[in-house]
Write a protein that binds this ligand. Structure first.
Ligand code: ACO
Length: 377
């Protein structure tokens, strides 16, 4: 690139494509999937409906929804050799690394993995939505020395995941809370993991490779990995009475507070609004408002001192904790929700592809003569 060109570090403000999936107004705190407000979807929709919406552009009618559910159910099981792989993983394997490896392995048993036609990609998209939930649940069971639980065809995607995770059918209210969490995480415009997926697809590589790249990108603490870090922080604070002092000290030490700030939102992330309510309601129901109280104090201090608002990762942490989910599964759960958005974005990318290949300004040494090894100091 020419030396006088502007460098957009972090690609902030750079528009790399169009998308017909998700709209964000970061100043108004507005988020819509295909024109539907996230608050309305969280209130009235289901994850299955949102999957259809993202993949097809419209909400499904009853027949379409029934067909989608049947296809997801039919694809829920994972191959035996993948279960064997999960059993062979070292005990302390990072949960996102396990998911990344498992998704890569899923490609090996998909006869259509190298078929990049739209029809094959749509089939693979649903396989990924269905199977990633099973992978995460099986990983959790196996590392706890338990047998994986076979999926149940009569349960929704959300209820079935909790069933496979815990070995018992969840209460309806729990399944609904989890369903809402899945809806809230399903897509989010050109976030880092979606961009990584699109970059991979732009080389005309396959959908599994693109999703594997996305999982690796989501894993980082500046992106999806933040939800686990949030819970670690809340656990360290432990008591609502410690919260103000803890956070003041952290900010004085210039610590980055996980679950706050966002590249796009300059006001409250509308997903955080819903999750704050879920976290409070679950806490009240379980007579365990400690995490909500700590979170509120942290939120107030970070806003007062830094002008930063909570993002999707902040209140999802205490919500999952109250659901009894182990902290390092929060990011894999983010992934098994976001898979809907990733595959919808990939379909868009393949349909109107151009290789994504930006520039970089060279700042290394100027041209110089080669020195043979015996003449070097
Ligand atoms: N805690 C403390 N300070 C922060 C935080 C935070 N969470 N977020 C931003 N800042 C400060 C930075 O220190 C910086 O200050 P400076 O200009 O004085 O150096 C300023 O705000 C701008 O921060 P950047 O990192 O340049 O903003 P960017 O848009 O690149 O980063 C990001 C956005 C990565 C989300 C950032 O806010 C952050 O690190 N947050 C914590 C991690 C997190 O919660 N990530 C999840 C995001 S949502 C998601 O991906 C699903």
């Amino acid at each position: 690139m020419m030396a006088d060109q502007v460098i957009h570090k972090g690609l902030e403000g750079v528009v790399v494509s169009t998308n017909a999936l998700t709209y964000i107004d970061g100043h108004a705190g507005k988020l819509m999937y295909r024109g539907y407000l996230i608050g309305d979807l969280a209130e009235q929709s289901t994850y299955e409906e949102v999957v259809w919406l993202l993949l097809h552009g419209e909400l499904p009618n009853q027949r379409e929804l029934a067909a989608l559910k049947a296809e997801l159910v039919a694809n829920r099981t994972i191959p035996e050799h993948l279960l064997t792989l999960l059993k062979l993983l070292p005990a302390d394997t990072n949960a996102m690394a396990a998911l990344r490896t498992a998704v890569s392995m899923l490609a090996l048993s998909d006869l259509e993995s190298e078929d990049n036609s739209e029809a094959a990609n749509r089939r693979k998209a649903l396989r990924l939505v269905a199977k990633m939930a099973t992978v995460v649940a099986a990983f959790e069971r196996i590392r706890n020395g338990k047998e994986p639980v076979l999926p149940r065809p009569d349960l929704s995607h959300a209820a079935n995941f909790l069933y496979m995770l815990n070995g018992e059918v969840p209460k309806e209210t729990m399944a609904r809370v989890f369903d809402v969490c899945l809806i809230l995480h399903a897509d989010h415009e050109m976030n880092a993991s979606t961009f990584a997926a699109r970059v991979t697809a732009s080389t005309l590589s396959d959908i599994y490779s693109a999703v594997t790249a996305a999982i690796g990108t989501l894993k980082g603490p500046l992106h999806g990995g933040a939800n686990t870090k949030v819970m670690e922080m809340l656990l360290e604070i432990q008591d609502p009475d410690n919260a103000e002092h803890w956070i003041k000290e952290a900010l004085a030490n210039k610590q980055r507070i996980m679950g706050f700030g966002h590249r796009v939102y300059k006001t409250e992330d509308p997903r955080a609004t819903v999750l704050r309510r879920l976290s409070r309601e679950l806490g009240e129901k379980q007579d365990s408002t400690r995490w909500y109280k700590i979170s509120r104090t942290v939120e107030q201090e970070v806003l007062a001192q830094k002008g930063l608002y909570p993002n999707v990762d902040f209140y999802s942490a205490s919500t999952y904790y109250l659901m009894g989910i182990r902290t390092d599964l929060y990011t894999p759960i983010f992934a098994l929700a976001r898979i809907a958005g990733w595959v919808a974005n990939l379909l868009e990318q393949y349909a109107d592809n151009r290789l994504i290949r930006p520039d970089s300004e060279y700042i290394g040494p100027k041209e110089r003569p080669y020195v043979p090894v015996n003449q070097r100091n």
